[in-house]
Design a protein around this ligand. Structure first.
Ligand SMILES: C[S@@+](CC[C@H](N)C(=O)[O-])C[C@H]1O[C@@H](n2cnc3c(N)ncnc32)[C@H](O)[C@@H]1O
Length: 182
């Protein structure tokens, strides 16, 4: 099947920061789920030591990730996922976006975090414990623009506690990886 690579989020500094954190976190035999896999770079790297599946809502990303060797399901967040995972990874759309700034294409799904930057994360946080194995960990990439304090509070309301495990300045933004556990 063919796809349009211009409609797939290509690896950037945020991708590489989450990849580095995930490499430090994954343990042999872990069941890994990457939500919103985009090009599939992170999930493909996880596959080397752990059973890994991935999701993406964007059909172009789903094909790109499949071509990168990833078992990918095209779906909305975790909707059809029924298994339990030891490690869940998500580099979500995290940029605050006003309605008039929206662009009507698939790449918009990679970037548009709604007015607060947390719209997709709110839906993810409300559902993620359902697929988390006992002792499971969640790594989330966000930016200083997403409101790190609000993100921590959001997950805390769902019984998940945050720890900052990576931080990197990229121009006017700081990228952060938060690790959540029960
Ligand atoms: C910032 S990009 C990250 C892509 C890749 N994981 C990386 O780090 O390069 C966010 C990805 O999440 C996907 N996404 C956004 N909303 C989604 C949803 N509701 N369900 C599944 N995937 C979603 C986008 O299509 C996009 O591929």
């Amino acid at each position: 099947m063919d796809y349009d690579s211009s409609q797939v989020y290509q690896p950037e500094a945020d991708t590489y920061l989450l990849l580095d954190a995930a490499r430090g976190e994954v343990r042999p035999g872990d069941r890994v789920l990457e939500v919103g896999t985009g090009s599939g770079l992170i999930a493909a790297a996880m596959r080397k030591g752990a059973r890994t599946i991935a999701t993406d809502i964007n059909p172009h990303a789903a094909i790109a990730a499949q071509k990168a060797g990833v078992d990918v399901i095209r779906c909305n967040l975790l909707d059809p996922i029924r298994g339990k995972f030891d490690l869940v990874l998500f580099n979500p759309p995290y940029l605050p976006t006003e309605p008039h700034e929206r662009i009507d294409d698939w790449l918009e799904y990679a970037l548009d975090g709604g007015k607060t930057g947390r719209a997709t994360l709110e839906r993810f946080a409300a559902d993620v414990k359902r697929v988390l194995a006992p002792g499971g960990r969640i790594l989330i990439l966000i930016s200083s623009l997403t409101g790190p304090g609000e993100v921590k509070e959001l997950f805390a309301t769902h019984g998940l506690q945050a720890e900052l495990i990576r931080e990197e300045r990229v121009e006017d933004e700081i990228l952060l990886v938060l690790r959540f556990t029960r």
